[in-house]
Design a protein around this ligand. Structure first.
Ligand SMILES: NC(=O)c1ccc[n+]([C@@H]2O[C@H](COP(=O)([O-])OP(=O)(O)OC[C@H]3O[C@@H](n4cnc5c(N)ncnc54)[C@H](OP(=O)(O)O)[C@@H]3O)[C@@H](O)[C@H]2O)c1
Length: 304
């Protein structure tokens, strides 16, 4: 198998590539898509309270004929409907129609209310109650994890974060911190340089490496993400692409390839930061001009 199992700090094992259901919506569509994922050997499904399709995950699993133990299911506390963690996890396992989920994550640190230690204690209770085998977090930074670990009885098994070459510089500290504390990093939106930021500095090295290795650029991005030690959480509506992602598990990038992607990613990251900064500056200039215009229109002076 190209993508190995990883052992979490909870002692449970997790497939190192996951099929995500965020963009699938609900109804028959996601059931068919998840069935296609099972057919292409994805046995780790990543869903969330907020994705609205936990029920479809359960139906697809039931219809697949796979047993519960064959599939690793992650869901997340997304803070929807004003529900607290104890209520939300019970709803999630009922929706999926399973006695437990394999991994339960706090979707974002801002959902850890009233504070991270209190919310984490509720997550630990989820494990004690047998509703999740492992617990973790998502979109947590170093400071968030420091607060969490200061009072945790159970360490988070994973932190699911945005990770691709155009955000690697800003995410490197949390990747390092997680490795030091035996917390697995799960990378979502690893293909964003292709889907949201095409025609950037990564194009040249990705195309060169892909051509040389007889691979596709999405496969090279997944191989880079794996080389950074992260688990992949991806998705596709297309069977051929899902098969390609599986094959990407066999791609070994050289140190030079990784360095070339890192360098192009860092260049793109700086350009994106400049673009965002200029956009914000432009908005502030516009707001200033409007305010001055209004003051002048109403005959107000702004020098007192
Ligand atoms: N924890 C969080 O806050 C969080 C946030 C975002 C996502 N996630 C999880 O991560 C999963 C994946 O997120 P994502 O969709 O952003 O991941 P992604 O892996 O970056 O993107 C997957 C998408 O890329 C497209 N794609 C693949 N190769 C391509 C190529 N060569 N050219 C153009 N498009 C290509 C696919 O489209 P096709 O369908 O056309 O193949 C697919 O829709 C989600 O479903 C969710 O489970 C978690």
């Amino acid at each position: 198998m190209p993508w190995d199992l990883v052992t979490l700090n909870s002692g449970y094992v997790m497939p190192s590539i996951a099929y995500g259901t965020w963009t699938l919506g609900n109804g028959q569509g996601p059931i068919d898509q998840i069935a296609q994922a099972f057919d292409t050997n994805y046995y780790h499904i990543d869903t969330a309270q907020g994705y609205g399709n936990e029920g479809e995950v359960g139906i697809a699993l039931h219809e697949s004929g796979l047993s519960r133990g064959d599939v690793f299911i992650t869901t997340k506390y997304s803070g929807y409907d004003g529900l607290d963690i104890p209520t939300a996890i019970r709803n999630s396992v009922n929706n999926i129609d399973t006695p437990y989920v394999d991994l339960y994550l706090i979707h974002n640190p801002r959902l850890a209310v009233p504070d991270i230690p209190t919310a984490w204690a509720e997550m630990e209770k989820v494990v004690e109650d047998g509703l999740a085998k492992s617990i973790g977090v998502s979109n947590f930074g170093v400071k968030d994890l420091e607060i969490l670990l200061a009072s945790a009885k159970i360490k988070p098994a994973a932190n699911q974060i945005l990770l691709h070459p155009y955000v690697y510089m800003q995410q490197a500290p949390i990747v390092k911190y997680a490795a030091e504390h035996d917390i697995v990093i799960e990378a979502y939106s690893a293909l964003q340089p292709l889907t949201k930021e095409p025609s950037g500095p990564l194009d040249a090295p990705l195309n060169e490496i892909a051509t040389r290795l007889g691979a596709t650029t999405d496969q090279v991005l997944l191989a880079w993400t794996k080389a950074k030690g992260a688990i992949i959480v991806t998705t596709s509506s297309k069977k051929t692409r899902l098969e390609g992602y599986q094959d990407a598990g066999d791609i070994e990038l050289s140190k030079e390839d990784i360095a070339a992607i890192d360098a192009a990613g860092a260049l793109g990251e700086r350009r994106i930061a400049t673009r965002i900064g200029l956009r914000k500056f432009g908005i502030w200039v516009l707001v200033g001009v409007v305010i001055l215009g209004l003051c002048s229109y109403f005959g107000l002076r702004v020098d007192r």
